[in-house]
Design a protein around this ligand. Sequence first.
Ligand code: AHR
Length: 374
Amino acid sequence: MKKKMISTILALSMVTAVLTGCSGSGSGTAATTAAKADTTTAAEAATTKADSADDSGKTLTIGFSQVGAESDWRTANTESMKSTFSAENGYNLIFDDAQQKQENQITAIRNFIQQEVDYIVLAPVTETGWDTVLQEAKDAGILVIIVDRMVNVSDDSLYTAWVGSDFELEGQKAAEWLNSFATAKGIDPKSLNIVDIQGTIGASAQIGRTKGLQDAVDKYGWNLLEATTGEFTQAKGQEVMESMLKSYDNINVVYCENDNEAFGAIDALEAAGKTVGSDIANGEVMVMSFDSTKASLTDVLSKKITLNTECNPLHGPRVEDIIKALEAGQTVDKKKYVDESIFAVDDTVKSVTVDGNSYDVTVVTQDVIDQRAY
Ligand code: AHR
């Protein structure tokens, strides 16, 4: 209660300072810029930010609710957050692994509120279902930063900033690459028989990547035989692929919505006697994936994965930039997309165009793999 009263008083003075031009927020630039970004001003954030501003120089306590440990991407993301918000860097990180369950994340957020953390950082498992608990955080005067996947809330002021991937763009890049590759190889679009091993249903990464594929299926006339969730895990990816192979004998493209699903799918395909590769015309089954971890780029180099669209997990420093800007009373972008690459087995397609923007395709070499941080 004391925290909330102080917050309100300081919030009013910060708002006044901004309105009279005395605050640093007018000249302070956001730590980042983004094409699609709008912003949260210091004044908007002040209703919940004031207590931390009063605590400058003290260790900041960050409550981080992580989705789980379902993938190599997630492990790299956790590591990035832990190494950034370390005691040596002046933070007290309270880390919670929700084991892919939204109810666990809601419980974790309520615990963070009780512990009066300075910031709550949420990597949400799915987009919906956050209004109530984020309203509780707001009422308690605690700023919430969303990372990786997005939340879909009725009131945008329930979170201060979001940083993550443009998942639909990732799906569009992959689909446009497939169209260009098929065209270059003289493959009839109607002969492409695709299965989609989807991510966790309702997660932004699934919604965007599935939509990118589905839109291209409608546009180019490909056959989408089935779309089933592999829950972003290797075990489920393998299980779903095994089941799909029992249902269809004509699959020639497997669109995996993350690397671990791709690893499982490749195991299932090879166990079924299939050859994975890009030579669809001669019976190979093409595997496409997302994330671009070191292990998956190694599979691109050995031609098991044909295309890998990057999803960058190194969000720790990006979240820290937001927190540092807020601590300094600066304006931050409300939404910030990270730049991501496309990695392919060869240079058949040199670039893809989505919405008028061109994206280069990088051919995977050992040097490319050696330079990967995760
Ligand atoms: O939200 C990012 C996705 O979640 C990554 O593609 C996947 O590997 C992770 O589990």
